[in-house]
Design a protein around this ligand. Structure first.
Ligand code: S3P
Length: 451
């Protein structure tokens, strides 16, 4: 509808998203829903595939990443119905019963698909699997899961001393371990727990800080014997165990809602309600960070859906945000929201410091480098730190040509920044947003109103 504010153009397969704020200004108003949570969508497909019987999934994310998971597990022998957001059915094969496909398993852009799947495949004795991904995923570190899996007895080969995909896996009867992970990573934790389902005895993962706990919640619901010690950030699964198919309801993704929360907070005159958002406490660091910055955010209609807390989130523009420091145990609870938090910090008074976030260098892109470089093209003052960012707030933004580096969260963060810039911003390779948020541009057009 707001064709003059937001336009898209396509050259080959590359989409350019152009955003121009009208002279009269714009505001964001409406009630919206965001697509299903990416982490929960992956887990529902995977647990459904290895459980006995039928799993139904309501609200599955139809982004590229869960599509990669669905495709891999279909090749491995699970029956996955046509993907839609209403109801997907997965008929599982039972623990240890995945087939050995003749095809290479392609995880696409998805680190979660590759890392969690490795734990499952490594524990299928005598079967050989070949796994790859796109050029971004083939450069992301896999040794963080391969090393602990090797301690359990896994045999995995890959490029660069078995650390990079493409990978070959010869499944083994694994033994349980107690793994002290050097990083707070739900992908590492989940990979080892999934491998532990087939190992006989107690497999424990201890993390330096608590990462998202969707695997723990869902494994329990599917019947795994699992215990959690929050004091030591440890989880133990006892194998071997069988899982039983369940009905999963996927809440909206707080990582996708984050774009609207920041947009609502920084664009004057905005009022948005994002309905049905997952507010699992291991994911709500973004709400705490925005509240620290003085944003006006309210949780409404708090409830629970299939073992996950859910709420509607109201955000209203609140005048001047304040810079703050984001570090320590808060980081794993907002790890995917740092690019969009950097956008909020540009419009805050004072300096915002983000530390302890070196993990961002090995995401879909080097998110510290790319966030700083691309937002600085628009006039932001962001310096890279080895493990974070320093953002000097209060510098006005001017439209520019910027690039997503094929990273979905960078594409969407740049679009939100453009709403508060003068002139035209052209975001190149904006199609990356479809990894986690296929309808992002449509929702942007729906909520943007010229003043
Ligand atoms: C995810 C865990 C996080 C997160 C990613 C999804 C998951 O990665 O950044 O987007 O679903 O387990 P790490 O485990 O590498 O921190």
């Amino acid at each position: 509808m707001q064709a003059d504010i937001i336009t898209t153009s396509l050259l080959d397969k590359n989409q350019t998203l152009s955003i121009q704020k009208p002279d009269s200004g714009l505001s964001l108003v409406g009630r919206i829903r965001v697509p299903g949570d990416k982490s929960i969508s992956h887990r529902a497909l995977m647990l459904g595939a290895i459980a006995r019987g039928e799993t139904t999934i309501e609200g599955l994310l139809l982004g590229e990443d869960p599509r990669s998971t669905a495709k891999c597990f279909s090749l491995l022998g699970a029956k996955v119905s046509e993907l839609n957001a209403e109801r997907v059915t997965v008929t599982g094969v039972g623990i240890g019963e995945l087939e050995e496909p003749v095809e290479v398993l392609d995880a696409g852009n998805s680190g979660t698909t590759m890392r969690l799947m490795l734990g499952i495949l490594a524990s299928h004795p005598g079967r050989f699997y070949a796994v790859t991904g796109d050029s971004s995923l083939r450069s992301r570190p896999m040794s963080r899961v391969i090393k602990p899996l090797q301690q359990m007895g896994a045999q995995i080969w890959g490029r660069k001393s078995n650390s990079l995909a493409p990978l070959g896996i010869l499944g083994q009867q694994l033994k349980p371990i107690h793994y002290h992970s050097p990083i707070a990573s739900a992908q590492v934790k989940s990979c080892i727990l999934l491998a532990g389902l087939m190992a006989s005895g107690e497999t424990t993962v201890t993390e330096p800080a608590l990462s998202r706990d969707h695997s723990e919640r869902m494994l329990r619901a599917f019947g795994a014997r699992l215990s959690v010690d929050p004091e030591t950030c440890s989880v133990t699964v006892t194998g071997p165990t069988q899982l039983q198919g369940q009905n999963v309801i996927v809440p909206g993704d707080i990582s996708s809602a984050a774009f609207w929360l920041v947009a609502g907070a920084i664009v004057p005159g905005s009022e948005l309600v994002v309905e049905n958002v997952g507010v699992n406490p291991t994911r709500t660091g973004i709400l705490e960070a925005l509240e620290m910055m003085g944003a006006d955010i309210e949780l409404q209609n708090q409830r629970e859906a299939a073992g996950e807390p859910v709420a509607d989130i109201l955000v209203r523009s609140s005048g001047q945000l304040r810079g703050c420091t984001i570090a320590g145990d808060l980081i794993p609870r907002l790890i995917d929201e740092i690019p969009i938090l950097a956008v909020a910090a540009i419009f805050a008074s004072g300096t915002t410091i983000i530390r302890d976030a070196a993990e961002l260098r090995v995401k879909e892109s080097d998110r510290l480098a790319v966030t700083a470089a691309e937002l600085n093209r628009m006039g932001a003052q962001i310096s890279e730190l080895p493990d974070g960012l320093e953002i000097t707030g209060g510098t006005p933004l001017t439209g520019a040509d910027v690039d997503s580096y094929t990273d979905h969260r960078i594409a969407m963060s740049l679009a939100i920044a453009a709403l508060n810039a003068t002139g035209i911003t052209n975001i190149h390779r904006a199609e990356a947003a479809a990894i986690s948020y296929p309808d992002f541009t449509a929702t942007l057009q729906q909520v943007c109103h010229p003043n």
